[in-house]
Write a protein that binds this ligand. Structure first.
Ligand code: ATP
Length: 306
């Protein structure tokens, strides 16, 4: 497998605070890779190191196979990024900003316009950015990052602060990038639901250390989701699961079991229960929270935002 990003024992401290502690990231080419962690976990510090904005104290970074310390311009040449709130000039139009960005980076102006087309901003490109919504500004920032079709896009909390429509637009755009641009996308977030809806792979960062890194579906098996079954015979249902060595608890007229089932498996379960004379009036899946995942993976909990 080839990797768009590889870090080896990457470390960075600020005074007494170790922000990133021996980080070994391996981001497969062509993936949408979610970099998850609570506030203060070290995500932005990692991203700033990946982009050469701050130097690591130790460790190595390879971008598209090129060593960032030894060949900075080579490593960063195939990379586009949005970091923190990207600065945009409010009195310029979208077209002017991308034209300027193209000129400054020595690219043909047409590449800027192509990038605006990709993020569906062509209709608004002759309006001043001061009149853009936050979602439109974020799409403009993405267009700027996408100029020149980089092989790797690094996005720090790309949906932060957006309204639901802006989030949906940004999500759809990000998910399309591996196929439309042929790019790998590395994005950070403190929201599990966000990553679940976009990523193919993910890593979980806890106080500067990786506690998980793999394909996204492996994360759900690390902490199986909970099924809540509404039934007219909760006691009988709990007993039925316990007889099958499945952990089950009664909660009023609901039974909670810790099991991840596919849609077909859930339907088969309901059919089997009805056959056994146990009425099912509702069945609902409760996804694991970021908190419960950390609990499972690190053996401790903490007050995480959801
Ligand atoms: P958030 O989601 O809140 O942005 P994060 O996961 O991106 O969090 P970082 O911003 O990388 O986390 O911060 C990691 C730790 O390093 C925090 O304890 C933070 O206070 C500290 N830190 C980051 N930058 C600096 C700095 N320039 N000086 C001092 N401490 C810093």
């Amino acid at each position: 497998m080839t990797f768009a990003i590889e870090t080896r024992r990457l470390c960075r401290a600020f005074g007494d605070i170790t922000a990133v502690d021996g980080l070994n990231l391996a981001v497969p080419e062509g993936s949408v890779f979610g970099f998850l962690g609570p506030n203060g976990a070290g995500k932005t510090t990692t991203i700033r190191m990946l982009l050469g904005l701050i130097a690591p104290q130790s460790g190595e970074i390879l971008l598209n196979g090129c060593n960032l310390t030894r060949n900075r311009s080579g490593a960063l040449s195939g990379v586009g990024a949005i970091v923190e709130s990207p600065a945009l000039y409010p009195n310029l139009t979208g077209r002017e900003i991308l034209t300027l960005a193209a000129r400054l980076s020595g690219r043909p102006v047409k590449q800027g316009i192509e990038a605006l087309e990709r993020v569906s901003l062509v209709d608004a490109m002759d309006r001043k950015v001061s009149g853009y919504s936050l979602g439109m500004r974020q799409r403009l920032a993405l267009a700027r990052a996408m100029m020149g079709s980089p092989r790797l896009l690094i996005l720090d909390e790309p949906t932060n602060g957006l309204d639901p429509a802006g989030i949906a637009d940004m999500r759809a755009l990000i998910c399309s990038l591996p196929s439309t641009l042929g790019a790998t996308v590395f994005l950070s977030s403190h929201l599990l639901s966000e990553i679940e809806q976009m990523a193919t792979h993910c890593a979980l960062l806890d106080r500067g250390r990786l506690v998980f890194q793999d394909r996204l579906e492996k994360l759900s098996s690390a902490a199986p989701s909970v099924l809540l079954i509404e039934t007219d015979r909760p006691e009988a249902l709990v007993q039925r699961f316990l007889d099958q060595n499945v952990l089950a608890e009664r909660e009023a007229d609901q039974v909670r079991i810790h099991l991840s089932l596919s849609r077909e498996e859930r339907q088969a379960l309901v059919n089997a229960l009805i056959e056994d004379g146990i009425g099912v009036s509702g069945l609902r899946e409760q996804k694991p929270t970021l908190e419960s995942l950390f609990l499972k993976l690190t053996g401790e909990g903490r007050g995480l935002p959801q």
